[in-house]
Design a protein around this ligand. Sequence first.
Ligand SMILES: Cc1cc2nc3c(=O)[nH]c(=O)nc-3n(C[C@H](O)[C@H](O)[C@H](O)COP(=O)(O)OP(=O)(O)OC[C@H]3O[C@@H](n4cnc5c(N)ncnc54)[C@H](O)[C@@H]3O)c2cc1C
Length: 415
Amino acid sequence: MNEYQVIVVGGGAAGTMAAGQAAKGGAKVLLLEKKDRLGRKIAISGKGRCNITNVENVSDFISHYPGNGRFLHSILRGFDNGALRDFLADYGVETKVERGGRVFPVSDDAETIVKALAAFLRDTGVRVETGVSVEEFLVDNGHVIGVRGNNQKQYLAPAVILCTGGSSYPGTGSTGDGFRFARQLGHQVITPRPALVPLKTAETWVKEVQGLSLRNVEGSLWVEGKRQGAEFGEMLFTHFGVSGPIILTLSRQAGDALREGKRVELRINLKPALSPEQLDARLQRDFQKYTNKQFKNAIDDLLPQSLIPVAIRLSEINPDKAVHQVSREERRTFLKLLQGLTLTITETLSIEAAIVTAGGVNVKEINPKTMASRCVQGLYWAGEVVDVDGITGGYNLQAAFAMGYRAGKAAAEQL
Ligand SMILES: Cc1cc2nc3c(=O)[nH]c(=O)nc-3n(C[C@H](O)[C@H](O)[C@H](O)COP(=O)(O)OP(=O)(O)OC[C@H]3O[C@@H](n4cnc5c(N)ncnc54)[C@H](O)[C@@H]3O)c2cc1C
């Protein structure tokens, strides 16, 4: 007789939730994790504060997953943002809501989430083995019968839940093993690619303003000269290009367009709350206020200091010119720049540097009611290894937890 009834491979958000739920459902569960401890990615999520979910109404939730949101429809209803917060509260983790509906632990410490999950595993009696990397899936007659670890041990069970994550931040243990297993097991893998990733620009002036963070700006993405999408919020300049929340959200579309060989631009509207006419009036007011000053000293109220030399250069207005001598045409050019600072996007950073991996196991081959594989009996999938990805704001962890919840429950019910 098998020692275990369910084996869970991977101890991240999806795997810990799946293992605990399967055990809660009455199964004898083994969780195998290749790193020396569970939840390494959770621990670095949200800059170490862990944005676990979002308070968005669950019926609007799926619109925040550019990668197969519809697949998540009933999965998220089965374990929604409220259920996740209640679950954490049961383990002593109170949560709070921040800007954009983002939910964080009150402790501002992602470790409290990892500890809560570890307590859940203890309470439900899951056996956890860390430092074991699964290397092979054992299949007999179309039915999974267990796995083999790098310690050459065979672990047998009639159900295996595969939760090995994507290929991003491989230092956390997510090195894309699940994609290899998926192919070996006869699943189709939609090409893994970076989503939520910083973007490189052709313009090198970004280096001059690296570290500058802009709030309340609008970034719009232009592909072959056509506006494809826009995001409002915060962004950051880096030595290679741009990053920050709105850039990460636009990066998925930018990456797809670049891979198709298309021309991609980012236009930053530094004053999105003002119409061009209002901005012009504002600029004229500033010019009157500083009437005897040089142009370079008359725009302090409009732009962050470090951006001023760049903006002046791009506008091609003589910085030493007295503001009252700035022509109407020059003012127009400058206004255009303020509402359409343009950067040419050359590439995304690599998948390793992406917050999330897009692509993964084809959702058509997974039953959303159970997360069971349609290719191999007894096999279940959950988390980022599946071809589902969300924008920033807590959507990816919520998806991983919800998929893990459903897979764990279903695997126990199958027994
Ligand atoms: C820097 C960063 C910040 C983020 N911030 C947020 C955020 O604030 N909010 C949000 O919603 N999302 C965030 N994300 C995304 C989110 O963390 C992931 O989508 C989520 O953790 C995926 O969970 P998972 O369980 O599917 O995979 P993972 O958390 O990657 O877990 C997979 C586990 O499987 C293990 N494993 C892999 N291969 C094997 C093997 N062969 N044998 C045994 N074990 C194996 C790995 O070691 C790992 O522990 C962030 C991601 C990063 C990188």
